[in-house]
Write a protein that binds this ligand. Structure first.
Ligand code: PDD
Length: 280
């Protein structure tokens, strides 16, 4: 396996950034995960646009123009002969002696890219659906930025795993679900509408979320971008959770509540089909 680090393609096993990298010191960096299907990156423009936005919001310099970023990504996919998997991109503020304020402007950001093959949910998870738990959302207030500061997400995901669940849906102070630790949360309401939380600082603008919304609207589904409570989700007709590597993954249990009759819903299955056609 080959990784890309600051201008060089290196064997994955020895690829590294410096110990004084601000990604190490302060988790001062941002990232993207792009799915690769049959050798082609999915929704690449959306991911590059979000990467740009994260960099702008964090005031980290662009490591290279978008065009070059695309070229490096393609080259990395080629060198790894990656057919199906992901490209992981991380940009840190750079290497400098540890000090909280930004380093001087001449310090260049670090750019790391790696690939992994064969990620994604199992057949069983897709066919049977998965359980999720809910817990208070203890993350920072700028969840729209795809920051590598993911400690609360790590703790939430571990709690889910220990509970035998797939994901930990995060709940705001008013009892509304924001999103999962690494996915966007969705339900189909009692009256059949597809519901997901609207975009603002509370959640990450999922690229898969955006694609699924467009596909649903084009297919004539009723779509409501509004917050929903844990209670509404538990009583919903269907539920699912979305990300680049999952598409729409059916959720069949929320805490101790079985969603509808406990099997993946028809609208969720339809969305999976539409998404599969979209990325084919
Ligand atoms: N996670 N919400 C959060 C908090 C996320 O971390 C992610 C992505 C999403 C879904 O976004 P997208 O559809 O663009 O993948 C929503 C990535 C995959 C990760 O951390 O591995």
């Amino acid at each position: 396996r080959v990784a890309y680090v600051n201008g060089r393609y290196q064997p994955h096993a020895v690829a590294a950034v410096h110990i004084e990298d601000r990604g190490m010191q302060f988790s001062d960096g941002i990232y993207e995960v792009v799915a690769v299907v049959d050798g082609h990156p999915i929704d690449l423009s959306g991911h590059i646009a979000r990467l740009d936005r994260s960099l702008t919001e964090m005031r980290i310099a662009r490591p290279m123009p978008s065009r070059s970023l695309r070229l490096v990504m393609r080259e990395l996919v080629r060198r790894n002969r990656l057919s199906n998997g992901i490209v992981y991109i991380q940009v840190n503020r750079g290497v400098y002696r540890r000090d909280h304020p930004f380093p001087p402007a001449h310090v260049a950001p670090s750019l790391v890219m790696t690939v992994r093959s064969g990620v994604g949910p199992s057949r069983t998870a897709i066919e049977n659906g998965v359980p999720v738990i809910t817990m208070p959302d203890r993350r920072w207030a700028r969840r729209d930025i795809k920051s590598v500061s993911l400690l609360p997400n790590v703790l939430a995901k571990e709690a889910a795993h220990e509970a035998g669940a797939w994901e930990a849906w995060q709940v705001d102070r008013d009892g509304y679900i924001t999103e999962g630790a690494s996915t966007n949360a969705w339900i189909v309401s009692r009256d059949g509408a597809l519901v997901t939380r609207p975009l603002n600082d509370d959640i990450l603008a999922g690229i898969t979320r955006q694609s699924l919304l467009a596909l649903a609207r084009a297919d004539g589904m009723t779509v409501e971008e509004r917050p929903f409570t844990v209670e509404e989700a538990k009583a919903a007709r269907e539920a699912f959770t979305s990300s680049t590597t999952l598409s729409a993954l059916p959720v069949v249990r929320i805490d101790d509540a079985v969603v509808a009759n406990g099997v993946p819903g028809s609208l969720t299955r339809r969305l999976r089909e539409l998404y599969a056609a979209h990325i084919a």
